[in-house]
Design a protein around this ligand. Sequence first.
Ligand code: BGC
Length: 348
Amino acid sequence: MKLSLGLFLAALTPMLAAENLPSAPRKAGGDVPAPVRAFKAVEPYEQVKRMGRGVNILGYDPIWRDFDRARFKEHHFRIIHQGGFQTVRVNLQAFNHMDAQNRLEPAWLRTLDWVVQSALTNGLTVILDEHDFNRIGKDAPGCTPKLLAFWEQVAERYSHAPADVLFEILNEPNGQLTGPLWNSLLKEALAIIRQTNPTRNVVIGPASWNSITTLPSLELPANDRHIIVTVHYYLPMEFTHQGARWSEKTAMLSGITWGSDAEKRRLEQDFAGVQQWSKAHERPILLGEFGAYDKGEMPSRVRYTACVARAAESFGWAWTYWQFDSDFIVFDMGKNDWVQPIWKALVP
Ligand code: BGC
């Protein structure tokens, strides 16, 4: 791995001097780099305001197997920041990088350190999202110890990181992880996180793929106010997932457009329902994923993307678009440029 911690810290010296930094503990993956700023608790509504606009990154990048084969490089953090985004949601499929005792690989942890540090130095909020939702949905008993072990290690590792680092317990609980099971597992994972991070904001969404319709069944510990609630929005699936091979019901569809008055009204009503829940429970909202797959026609995708982003903003939610690279792309790695229509729809 090419990261030189010395060089990195030298670049940070002005920032480091400005704050009284806690000493970083030694960890399995080697020394945890000293944090950019010390941790200071932030109210979740204030945090959501700061998070503003964001984008999902790194979920399907070879970087996690081999740092030197990364598609996503250091300068992409700068591009994202300069492109008008304030947040990155980092999609972590960590279960494949654990040993028989569920200890995370040191090399994988070093890559994660690099991601966190690079995002922070580029002025971005970082959400660490555990993204093994497919595996845990198919084998909840087998994967539960992995999820808990992940949070024990990752929460401790970043317990000294500034408040701009957030934890998201699990992306899109589904399948075997039914509502009741998820409600109990999220509390267990949160309790582990709270041992080392008593006031860091943690992102949690409802069962059934973080769907807006299951929000009413989400149970959170009432006395823990450092929680941001997340939902994902891909409705109507026939439009957003047309031609997407992993989406059985819509894989064969094509030519579906979006943007009628009725469709826009449905979006507004859906979001108004989420906002009502948010107000009643006094929990701020992160729209953690939304977008329309690359196979749909561009004018409809642009309309959809802009309408969803503006609707979320009108309610004061933070959002993170799905996603930077891979599919649903807002950045074209081959051309080394934004996919202009999608980017402009997101950041007008
Ligand atoms: C999954 C992706 C998928 C996207 C939209 C994400 O949560 O990780 O694989 O492309 O949802 O379906």
